[in-house]
Design a protein around this ligand. Structure first.
Ligand code: ADP
Ligand code: MG
Length: 261
């Protein structure tokens, strides 16, 4: 059984079928990219998985548990974490304090006779920060961090809840190419080390092709292709949707490089 199984998922807004009966699955240890042109239904899909939006057709199962109809907080408790497109740390707190707060919040989801003392949570928080390469900046306020470093802290915060599935909405938006690669390499490392699954939306095709294990391509609410990056790259329907027929991702990349000169 897959970790996440989405079947016949649908959502309409008025007369518009934003998501029109899509099926996909996601296994632990996998990075799945959800791509497609603007208006394809990516955000709507994302928000149905995290519970911000209620599906009006189909099912979303996590480890066999139906998520449709559950509240965002309940879905989070079941192990669906997310990072945000807008940096979501508390600027006035230090890096380690932000992660400690996330650990305390994650604690509350389970009944436990033994609660670690705050000092222990600091050690746990530092261990998480170490995993994202931010231990050395633990006692700096978040407000002074570089953007790429804030994103690393957000990853540590998301990990505090030990998610089974992590949803990342355009994680590299606003980043320079080198920073993008660092963040995705780090995400990939966490996916492998912790055996979690990641569903992410992403505009940069370079990032998608470099880091996704599999891709799901949406257009106008329909799933038009699914597969490994190598298969998707040459998929005629995908190329048609993105560039019109007769062009490829490579040719498009070359064309924009030429335009830049
Ligand atoms: P994407 O994230 O792929 O760009 P969205 O999921 O945001 O696409 O949108 C899919 C379609 O649903 C679009 O036609 C969009 O205009 C419409 N849509 C999304 N959210 C709403 C909403 N809250 N109310 C009305 N229409 C919406
Ligand atoms: Mg969107």
């Amino acid at each position: 059984m897959s970790l996440l199984t989405v079947s016949g998922l649908g959502k309409s807004f008025g007369g518009v079928k934003a998501v029109d009966g899509i099926d996909f699955r996601l296994d632990a240890g996998e990075l799945l990219a959800l791509i497609g042109p603007n208006g394809a239904g990516k955000s709507t899909t994302f928000n149905m998985v995290n519970g911000q939006l209620r599906a009006d057709a189909g099912s979303i199962r996590l480890d066999g548990i139906e998520l449709v109809g559950l509240k965002p907080r309940q879905i989070w408790r079941l192990g669906v974490g997310r990072t945000f497109q807008i940096a979501a740390t508390f600027a006035s707190l230090t890096v380690v304090e932000n992660v400690q707060m996330a650990l305390i919040s994650a604690d509350r989801k389970v009944y436990s006779l033994w609660r670690p003392a705050a000092a222990h949570r600091r050690a746990e928080a530092l261990a998480l920060l170490d995993q994202v390469g931010m231990a050395a900046q633990a006692d700096r306020p978040c407000s002074v961090l570089a953007y790429g470093d804030v994103k690393r802290v957000e990853l540590a915060i998301a990990m505090a809840n030990s998610p089974k599935l992590l949803l990342m909405d355009e994680p590299t938006a606003g980043m320079a190419p080198a920073e993008r690669n660092d963040l995705m390499a780090l995400t990939k490392k966490l996916v492998v080390e912790r055996g979690i699954a990641v569903l992410f939306t992403e505009h940069s095709m370079d990032v998608v092709f470099a880091y996704a294990d599999r891709m799901v391509v949406l257009a106008r609410g329909r799933l038009i292709a699914e597969g490994r990056p190598a298969d998707i790259r040459d998929h005629p329907k995908v190329q048609e949707v993105y560039f019109g027929s007769g062009k490829t991702f490579e040719k498009k990349a070359t064309a924009s490089a030429e335009n830049a000169q």
